[in-house]
Design a protein around this ligand. Structure first.
Ligand code: AMP
Length: 215
């Protein structure tokens, strides 16, 4: 099963993507996580991506598309995957459609986790991330077992630079201009699924599973 998660930054699509990956035993591929891993290990790709990310801007398509295409050709992707944070622009979506069609396949579902802007800013300020293992939490909706400590690796949690309110506003603008058009793109392709992302985490997940079924 090949899935795409759509939604504004902070809509909870990353959390849902991880839950889907676990249930359906497919890799969770987050372009944001790949960039962050590259920044941590100070690769050339990471250095290029960092300045864009810190400003709430998108990393240019020339960098992002090749990186994602390499990832989905890896052997663990043969049985499908859930893409989280890709595509984010029409050229990215078109490249993905073309690459998949060259392989004789296509995206099965694009799941749009819908949350109004008003909810987003409040949500993002409560988000906490582990920069060591990439786990994400929310102080109110998905708190770690011990305050400010990662459940998985025990490191301290932080408010990511790009989750700070001024950057979130910029990321929302970028989302509306460049990423929201993908909802129509996948609607036209007949694979769009819409879920109400204002529900709690478990109910959003149930709504998604209902549509995906037992595939
Ligand atoms: P995320 O963790 O998905 O919210 O991504 C964090 C940041 O990484 C975004 O604000 C962008 O700067 C960058 N990024 C992640 N995915 C993409 C993408 N598909 N295209 C361009 N930039 C991206």
């Amino acid at each position: 099963m090949k899935l795409i998660m759509l939604g504004a930054p902070g809509a909870g699509k990353g959390t849902q993507a991880k839950m889907i990956a676990k249930k359906y035993q497919i890799p969770h591929i987050s372009t944001g996580d790949i960039f962050r891993a590259n920044i941590k290990s100070q690769t050339e790709l990471g250095m290029k991506a960092k300045s864009f990310m810190d400003q709430g801007m998108l990393v240019p398509d020339e960098i992002t598309i090749g990186m994602l295409m390499d990832r989905i050709k890896e052997p663990d992707c043969a049985g499908g995957y859930v893409l989280d944070g890709f595509p984010r622009t029409i050229p990215q979506a078109e490249s993905l459609t073309k690459a998949l069609s060259d392989m004789g396949t296509a995206v099965d579902y694009a799941v749009n986790v819908d949350v109004p802007d008003d909810n987003i800013i409040g949500r993002m300020s409560g988000r906490r991330a582990c920069l060591n293992c990439g786990a994400t939490y929310h102080v109110a909706f998905n708190p770690p077992k011990t305050e400010n400590v990662c459940n998985i690796c025990g490191q301290n949690l932080v408010l990511r630079e790009d989750d700070k309110p001024e950057t979130v506003k910029k990321r929302l603008d970028v989302y509306h201009q460049q990423t929201q058009p993908l909802i129509d793109y996948y609607k036209k392709a007949g694979v769009l699924v819409e879920v109400d992302g204002t529900q709690n985490m478990e109910d959003v997940f149930k709504s998604i599973v209902k549509v995906l079924g037992a595939e």
